[in-house]
Each structure stands twice: as C-alpha cells, then as structure tokens.
Write a protein that binds this ligand. Structure first.
Ligand SMILES: CC(C)(COP(=O)(O)OP(=O)(O)OC[C@H]1O[C@@H](n2cnc3c(N)ncnc32)[C@H](O)[C@@H]1OP(=O)(O)O)[C@@H](O)C(=O)NCCC(=O)NCCS
Length: 374
C-alpha cells in the first residue's frame, strides 16, 4: 500500500468543508459570501457577528433582538468577578481569557448541551461576556474598579468605555468596530482548526473556545499583534527604521506582522486597515510611528517580497487608540469568538472525528531490555 502524501504544517491541505468564509482565489476574504471590504465599510460589528453566527445579515428587528440579548448577557456574575480579583495581578490577560472561557462554563446552565440552538445561545453569551471580562481584568490589574457594561452603547463603544472609563470619539468607535470586523473570521486558521478538532470529539463549546484561545496566543498566530508593537517601540524613531530593519533582515530575524501562510500576494484586511490607521495617526499625533512603519514595510516588501498581514496595521491602530499592548491579542479573542463558535456549530452538525495519521521517524523495532541491563 502506498503511503499517503505528507504535508508539513498541513500546508495546502483541504482539511474540511465550510460555508462560513473563504479566502477566494487566495487573495480576497468573504464572510458568508460578503466581501470583508463591504462589511467593514458598511456594517457594524454586531451585524457581522450575527451574519457569521446565524448565516444571514439581520433585518432591523433581528439585529435589535440580537443586541438586546448581548446587552443582557454582558454583566458578569459576582462570583466571576470575585474569582477575577483572586487571580495574581501579573497574569497575562490572554491567559486569563483562556481561563475565563473555561470558568464561564460553570455558570452557564447549557454548558454541556451541544445541540445547535443551545450552542448558538452560548456563543452569543460568550461574545457578550468576553469584552466585560477583558475590560474588568485589565482594570483590576491596574487597581481600578471594573466598569459595568452600558447597554445603550454599540459593541465597540461599550468595549472602549469599559476599558477607558471615558466616552470614545466617533473615530475611535469606528476604528474599533472595523478592527473587530476584520478579525472576526478566517476559515481554517490554527485556532479555528484547534476548535474544530476539539468539537470533533463531541466535546462542548466552552472547551473548544478555551483550546482555540490557547492556539491563538502564540506569536505565529494572534500573538503577533503584540510583538509588532514591541518591535515598533524597539525601533523608536522613523530615522532608526531603515538601519534597524536592514540589520534585522541581515540577522534573518522573523519580522512580526509580515508574511502569511495563505496570502502570498498580500492580506486584504491589512490593505483595508492601512488608510484608516494613517488617518487615526494624524488625528492622534502619531505620524512618527506611521512613518517608521512605512519605511519598514517598504523595505520588507522590497527585500523579502513579504507583504504585511492584518497584525501590522492593527497593532498601530490599537496604539493610536491609547490601548495597552497587553490587550491586543485579547481584543482578537473578543472578535474571533464569533468565527470559532460558527465553526464549532458547523463541525458538530456534520461531524467526523478529526484524527489524521503521522509518519513514523522513530527507532526501528527493538527487543525489550530489562531495567538491570540498561
Ligand atoms: C505567518 C507565518 C508563520 C506563515 O509562514 P509559513 O507559511 O509557514 O511560511 P514560512 O515560515 O515557511 O516562510 C517562508 C519563507 O519566508 C520567510 N518569512 C516568512 N515570514 C517571515 C517574516 N515575518 N519575517 C521574515 N521572514 C519571513 C521564512 O523565513 C521563509 O524563508 P526561507 O524560505 O528562506 O526559509 C510567517 O509568515 C510568520 O512567522 N510571520 C510572522 C508572524 C506573524 O505576523 N503572524 C501573524 C500571521 S496572520
């Protein structure tokens, strides 16, 4: 029998079917058939989240009900807040979100119910709860009181409100809304695939989301947006950008925020976000960092042929919004939970256990050696 083909990192392998999103022709991204540029330009994140979870854009009444359900689920139980206060202050927020995905299951009456309607209700609750958890944990770390969610505000404005305790400007609200839309879903990326593998054993939604957060945390995936900001802070000035990047490339360093497993011609999400990032840089007086980023981008493209991915502009966007770098990857979670949950539901509805094979490269068969003879 001939050996099946081996593809390290499953590169180029079709590992399942999905109706949720597609990277059309390797260059454009569509959620449920809609181009992300149209969604980012025209729709609110709430509409996009509804589309991803429920399959269609909501009519006005359905959107209103959806927003009411999110607002009702957003406040945290006292026990959850007490638990958050008991966690060491220096716990990375991303680690805490992974814990929270697990802990919230204990307070969800439908935690073990894997039927699609229950999974959807739980997904909406997690979508509502993660912003509150993220903002409350950040404020507890800073020695401040958590701020209650405001049901009158949009998803993006409420998130900024709970984090900063001040009304966001329309520009900041829009920038957050667009970044949430762009981060919401991305077919079979590593964290989504991890969620689908967990679901394929018929495990529950909260377990799949906890696993997905663990996968997202790594610097080759969601963790890249925090590393991008560390790099820009290390470079420091526009003047230093060219010598810094040339030396980094000469040392064969991996430049965070560049390259992508699928988008070899450029990430359409990064292309969309760049002008918004430039506008916000001017509005918030961050032109120097924008110039620095431009020099680095030009040289990485010229020298390596590697275009930027979404994390390159989004890290700057969050910085210009005055947000702390430790919450950049957690913000990705707040948005991507929609995509993960939709994949969990899709996997469960048409399940086959995900169990590939490996190519064995270990020792040849050998005889047993008793311990006294080793
Ligand atoms: C995302 C990523 C893991 C995809 O990588 P991949 O498909 O596995 O591609 P490879 O790692 O095999 O890279 C192919 C070549 O490009 C180089 N390369 C890829 N991304 C690079 C980067 N960001 N900086 C420098 N070189 C890079 C590799 O060194 C390799 O070069 P080689 O053939 O001379 O060894 C990779 O581009 C990366 O590490 N990027 C930085 C992290 C990041 O921004 N992640 C967020 C992704 S949305």
């Amino acid at each position: 029998m001939s050996e099946p083909a081996y593809h390290p990192g499953l590169e180029g392998v079709i590992a399942g079917e999905t109706a949720i999103s597609t990277i059309a022709g390797g260059s454009g991204l569509r959620y449920r058939g809609y181009a992300i540029e149209d969604l980012a330009r025209e729709a609110s994140f709430e509409e996009v989240a509804y589309l991803i979870l429920h399959g269609e854009l909501p009519a006005a009444a359905a959107l209103k009900d959806f927003c009411s359900r999110l607002a009702a689920a957003a406040p945290l139980q006292g026990e959850v807040l007490d638990f958050m206060r008991s966690v060491p202050r220096d716990t990375p927020i991303m680690d805490f979100l992974r814990t929270a995905a697990s802990a919230l299951a204990h307070f969800d009456a439908e935690a073990v119910d894997t039927n699609s309607e229950a999974q959807l209700r739980k997904a909406e609750r997690l979508l509502a709860q993660f912003p509150t958890v993220l903002a409350a944990q950040r404020r507890i770390q800073q020695g401040k009181e958590p701020i209650n969610p405001d049901p009158q505000k949009s998803f993006a404005a409420n998130l900024l409100w709970m984090l900063r305790g001040e009304e966001p400007s329309p520009q900041l609200e829009r920038a957050m809304d667009v970044s949430l839309t762009l981060y919401a879903e991305h077919e079979f990326n590593a964290s989504t695939f991890a969620a689908r593998v967990i679901t394929s054993t018929l495990s529950d939604l909260h377990s799949s989301i906890a696993g997905a957060i663990g996968a997202l945390k790594g610097p080759l995936h969601g963790g890249a947006n925090e590393r991008v900001m560390e790099v820009l802070q290390e470079v420091g000035t526009a003047e230093n950008a060219e010598p810094w990047i040339r030396q980094a490339l000469a040392e064969k360093r991996r430049i965070m925020g560049f390259g992508h497993r699928v988008y070899k011609e450029g990430d359409p999400r990064a292309r969309f976000l760049k002008p918004l990032c430039q506008e916000l840089a001017v509005e918030t007086g961050h032109e120097e960092m924008e110039n620095m980023a431009e020099v680095i981008e030009r040289i990485v493209v010229e020298e390596k042929g590697l275009p930027p991915n979404l994390d390159w502009p989004s890290a700057r966007l969050y910085h210009y919004m005055g947000l702390d770098v430790t919450i950049y990857t957690p913000l990705f979670v707040v948005s991507r939970v929609t995509g993960w949950a939709a994949h969990v539901i899709e996997q469960m509805e048409n399940n086959r256990l995900i169990r590939p094979r490996s190519r064995y490269i270990g020792p040849e068969p050998r005889p047993w050696t008793p311990i006294a003879a080793r």
